[in-house]
Design a protein around this ligand. Structure first.
Ligand code: DGP
Length: 123
């Protein structure tokens, strides 16, 4: 696993060095709006801990962090009106590493919704 770079943009957001459009926050998780939205709803869900990627987070986060993260995904999907219960739906994406074209090396999950998104990848 690459070493965590504490100068990455999301680390700086977590330290309050860069402003962000926060949607919600818990003890372990922050949700804010993506600066380059690709859908009417485009959220970034990030752990507050220093995890580089989804595989790092999944392998090394505490149970409390893992549960908090996933419960926060459920909460914001409901709050933003994109949940299944709202009759909508969304896409959760975690670009990971070089092949996944991950731009920011702090684990984040994109929550995209607010319209029918089309197929996941071009064929
Ligand atoms: P990814 O390719 O999965 O690493 O996407 C990183 C996302 O982060 C991309 O959709 C744009 C977003 N992003 C980059 N810098 C900032 C920032 O300073 N603020 C916010 N809100 N989003 C950012």
């Amino acid at each position: 696993m690459p070493e965590y770079d504490d100068q990455n943009i999301f680390a700086r957001i977590l330290r309050g060095e860069i402003p962000n459009d926060t949607v919600t926050e818990t003890e372990h998780t922050l949700v804010f709006r993506d600066i380059r939205p690709q859908a009417p709803v485009h959220l970034l869900v990030i752990p507050k801990g220093p995890y580089v990627s989804l595989d790092d987070f999944a392998a090394n986060a505490s149970d409390a962090e893992l549960v908090d993260f996933m419960r926060t995904v459920a909460k914001v999907s409901r709050d933003e009106g994109v949940s299944i219960d709202a009759g909508a739906g969304f896409r959760a994406v975690a670009n990971t590493g070089e092949h996944g074209v991950q731009e920011v090396p702090h684990f984040h999950m994109h929550i995209l919704g607010g319209r029918v998104l089309g197929r996941m990848l071009p064929e």
